[in-house]
Design a protein around this ligand. Structure first.
Ligand code: PGA
Length: 246
């Protein structure tokens, strides 16, 4: 478990390589001025931008993450990216099972294989779980979280460290629901998630994601070990403020 709070930027498919490098440079400059030893800041650029952003972040106090990965080492897997290659770039964190990928057909089995591959390569999987609005309205939240968490951890070993990001799908800023979860409501989910983690696995943290902004981040970082941030991570000044407040 980490002593520090995570602030993890998921840039999704929003920035081209040039914009990604500029934003990484701006953040590096802002963050190098102060001591951030109580926070772990991670940037997850697109695959197209990741090697250039990796160069910017080398010798900085910002860690590199990826938005996805494949579970095989190498071979005939058109369009995929191996954990080995990410590791070579100095990538330390990898998001797996984001709801936007699950919506494209990624299932629990695939998420489990990816999470294990990341951990086996000594990187930290950030495993995203969360219910849809329909599931929430049908009171299925507990059941969905239970299934997603236990399935995703199927191949994780006792000494592996991992992060679970609770992201209610309907609370993600681009979901179009216009709704967001209250902090106490989100905190209740921590218990459900904890109970779904097999007893033998002790080394993990739970963070929150879904419309986290600079002025709401503290609502969530009281109970959660940090935040996964989409929209509010795309502008240096706003994200910097969010990191400060976290
Ligand atoms: P958001 O995205 O902060 O824009 O809601 C979070 C995420 O999808 O990881």
């Amino acid at each position: 478990m980490s002593k520090n709070k995570f602030v993890i930027a998921n840039w999704k498919m929003n920035l081209n390589p040039q914009q990604s490098v500029s934003l990484a440079k701006e953040l590096k400059k802002l963050l190098e001025k102060e001591d951030w030893s109580d926070k772990i800041v991670v940037l997850c650029p697109s695959f197209l931008a990741i090697s250039e952003v990796a160069k910017v972040l080398r010798d900085s106090n910002i860690a590199l993450g990826a938005q996805d990965v494949f579970y095989e080492e190498e071979g005939a897997f058109t369009g995929e990216v191996s954990p080995e290659n990410l590791k070579e770039l100095n990538c330390q964190y990898v998001i797996v099972g984001h709801s936007e990928r699950r919506a494209m057909g990624e299932n629990d089995e695939l998420v489990a294989k990816k999470a294990a591959a990341v951990a086996q390569h000594n990187m930290t999987p950030i495993i995203c779980v969360g219910e849809s609005l329909e599931e929430r309205d049908s009171s299925l939240t507990g059941q969905v979280l239970q299934r997603q968490v236990s399935q995703a951890l199927k191949f994780i070993e006792e000494d592996n460290y991992f992060i679970i990001a609770y992201e209610p799908v309907w609370a993600i800023s681009t979901s179009g629901s216009g709704q967001s979860i209250t902090a106490p409501e989100a905190s209740k989910m921590i218990d459900i998630i904890r109970q779904a983690v097999p007893n033998k696995l002790k080394n993990f943290d739970i963070i929150y994601g879904g419309s986290v902004k600079d002025d709401t981040v503290t609502d969530f970082t009281k109970d959660f070990k940090g935040a996964l941030v989409g929209g509010a991570s795309l502008k240096a000044d706003i994200f910097y403020q969010l990191i400060k407040n976290a």
